[in-house]
Ligand binder design. Structure first.
Ligand SMILES: C/C(=C\C(=O)O)CCOP(=O)(O)O
Ligand SMILES: [Mn+2]
Length: 434
């Protein structure tokens, strides 16, 4: 089914028709902690909808409740198909969108920061946060879409945005004294978020990748800055980003740690619009929750799958593991053909996802989703003198508190069995079963 306007409402219809269910809160929740507790209760299991006391719009979380929901959305039956959908969309983004009138879809509701659907999640949070915000910006003839959290300070005096040094950062640096005009969309089909979480080369517009996955994309041009946004977005904010900076953080990141406090660009909100055609679901991603990990990690898993498939003859499964925040740790199982395959697979994984820190390579009889099996492989198949590769002082994740000056030691663990003597390593099965 197509959802070319990319609304949350249509997405819900699609995944519900394919078996996903939604849990509704009985009464409105408090924006401070109570909504977070409710989302957490269904983290990794079910989509939840709820009202938040001081807002009139419906809220929604866990849109990618688990892998099954994501696969349903992608129309895929397994990992391989899901990776293929994303990889194909990334390598052949649509270049043209269907343009529609902004005024047909959106009504102006004001410009105050207090209207932003921001919640407070954890006790040390630096303010209230919007976590599903997709920033759309164009510079010269290049457009970019990427996800950045927005922090609204507790006294409501400013909003700041965490901008990691990637494409939006590059545009911001070029924008000079006036700051960078941006359109921020909140509440879209999560396939738009997945596309925005991929890292194509500069110049590839991530909305084109979303369009490939959605079967087309209807965009509306924002009134002030003429920026293209999906017409089904629940909220559209027109703003200028920077050049001034303000305190941002702490915020709970993918690793379930409080990220550093930094000076980040201020978001100068000008106009806020809400969708009048679709039910304007405000999407909230629980920081450090399953949906956060899936949205960030799944595109990297697909990239690792693709890279390892080029490096060795057979890949069984790739997992960025939940305990590593689906960001720092990977387990890859392969059909080993040569004794060097374990190393080739691990090196390909590290290269495909620069934030990856530790990778364990196992044989295809080990399930990367089962930590006991992975540990069993390490216990019985690894010899540290030949199975470990340490890469000193490499570029690592900014989220890793143990890294120094952005540099980290990487580790590849080749826990595959040697080609010789394979008989010594087989998993025993109880006989007499046919
Ligand atoms: C801010 C990031 C993730 C999050 O908290 O959701 C991205 C971190 O990117 P690195 O390149 O690993 O620093
Ligand atoms: Mn980009």
């Amino acid at each position: 089914m197509r959802n070319i306007e990319a609304s949350v409402e249509n997405y819900l219809e699609i995944v519900q028709s394919r078996g996903a269910s939604i849990v509704s809160a009985a009464s409105p929740l408090d924006a401070r902690y109570e909504a977070a507790r409710f989302i957490k209760q269904y983290d990794g299991s079910s989509i939840v909808e709820y009202m938040v006391k001081e807002f009139n719009w419906p809220f929604i979380s866990n849109l990618i409740a688990n892998r099954e929901t994501l696969y349903r959305a992608l129309g895929a039956k397994d990992d391989r198909e899901a990776y293929t959908v994303l990889s194909k969309a990334s390598s052949s983004p649509q270049q043209k969108f269907e343009e529609r009138a902004f005024s047909k879809y959106f009504e102006h509701v004001g410009g105050e920061l207090s209207l932003l659907p921001a919640l407070r999640f954890y006790d040390r949070d630096g303010g209230r946060y919007i976590t599903s915000s997709v920033f759309i910006a164009c510079s010269e003839d290049v457009c970019n879409a990427s996800i950045h959290r927005i922090m609204v300070s507790d006294d409501g005096s400013y909003a700041a945005v965490r901008v990691v040094p990637r494409h939006l950062y590059r545009m911001l640096k070029k924008s000079g004294e006036k700051g960078l005009p941006v359109a921020v969309v909140i509440g879209v089909d999560p396939r738009v978020l997945l596309a925005a979480a991929t890292s194509p080369p500069y110049g590839v517009f991530e909305l084109g990748i979303a369009a490939s996955m959605l079967g087309g994309l209807a965009v509306c041009r924002t009134p002030r800055y003429n920026l293209p946004v999906p017409c089904g977005s629940s909220m559209v904010v027109e703003a200028r980003l920077g050049p001034d900076r303000a305190r941002e953080g702490p915020f709970v990141d993918l690793l379930q740690l409080y990220d550093d406090v930094r000076q980040e660009p201020v978001l100068h909100v000008e106009h806020i619009y809400v969708n009048k055609v679709y039910k304007p679901y405000m999407h909230v991603i629980l920081p450090g929750g399953y949906e956060h990990m899936m949205l960030m990690g799944f595109p990297r898993e697909a990239a690792i799958y693709e890279a390892v498939s080029r490096a060795v003859a057979g890949v069984s499964k790739v997992r960025l593991t939940p305990a590593g925040g689906m960001w720092l740790h990977a387990v890859v199982s392969i059909e080993k053909q040569h004794d060097g395959d374990g190393k080739s697979a691990g090196l390909a994984a590290l290269a495909a996802h620069p934030s990856l820190k530790h990778v364990v390579v196992v044989d295809s009889d080990i399930d990367p989703d089962d930590p006991r099996q992975v540990e069993w492989a390490i216990a019985t198949r690894l010899q540290a003198d030949r199975g470990l590769v340490v890469i000193p002082a490499a570029r690592g994740s900014t989220l890793d508190p143990s890294a120094q000056d952005g540099l980290t030691y990487k580790l590849l663990v080749d826990a595959t069995m040697p080609i010789r003597d394979r008989d010594k390593y087989v998993k025993p099965t109880i006989g007499g079963q046919g």
